[in-house]
Ligand binder design. Sequence first.
Ligand SMILES: CC(C)(COP(=O)(O)OP(=O)(O)OC[C@H]1O[C@@H](n2cnc3c(N)ncnc32)[C@H](O)[C@@H]1OP(=O)(O)O)[C@@H](O)C(=O)NCCC(=O)NCCS
Length: 159
Amino acid sequence: MICEDGSFGQHSGPVVRPANPADLPCISAWMAPHLASGVLRARPLVPDDFLVSQSGCVALSWWAGGAIELGSLVSMQPGHGRALVQAALQRARALGAERVVCLTGAPGFFSRLGFEAVGDGAPPHRQARPCAALAWKAARCRLCPDASACTQVLMEVWL
Ligand SMILES: CC(C)(COP(=O)(O)OP(=O)(O)OC[C@H]1O[C@@H](n2cnc3c(N)ncnc32)[C@H](O)[C@@H]1OP(=O)(O)O)[C@@H](O)C(=O)NCCC(=O)NCCS
């Protein structure tokens, strides 16, 4: 349920809402240590792409082929990770996506939220049988300087 103020309605737990430009300093600060450690990949900080809670953020971006990628997920407080992912799935559904994918170093967390590994979980450029969406992403992954050493696990949930 999307409320009148744009937040994603939940009966209890953290409130998640669309980000606005004033949130960018917090988003940047939350992401910084995980960018430095290589857990997250750098991305343009466009407020419209992000949802935020009081203690974390998540971003959505379209791939080709009806898939939306969930990324830039940071939770500074237990429970916010789940709330952010659930709100991101609601937004993806509202946008008309068929499938949400993520490239993650925390596959156990995403499993708990209904995601499953795509194939053996290899990143798009190492998938044996890439569908159109994965082939599209694989072309971009090959441009990444870390492509050959990528340890991210590719996961998905169908909406
Ligand atoms: C991974 C991360 C988002 C989890 O956020 P969180 O707020 O601690 O997660 P939640 O408290 O909502 O956890 C939801 C469930 O997942 C479990 N969980 C949390 N982190 C987990 C992990 N790394 N591996 C396996 N399970 C995990 C929790 O125990 C909880 O289990 P439950 O269903 O039994 O209650 C957070 O630790 C984080 O920001 N990490 C650094 C950045 C990162 O790794 N981002 C993800 C890469 S895309």
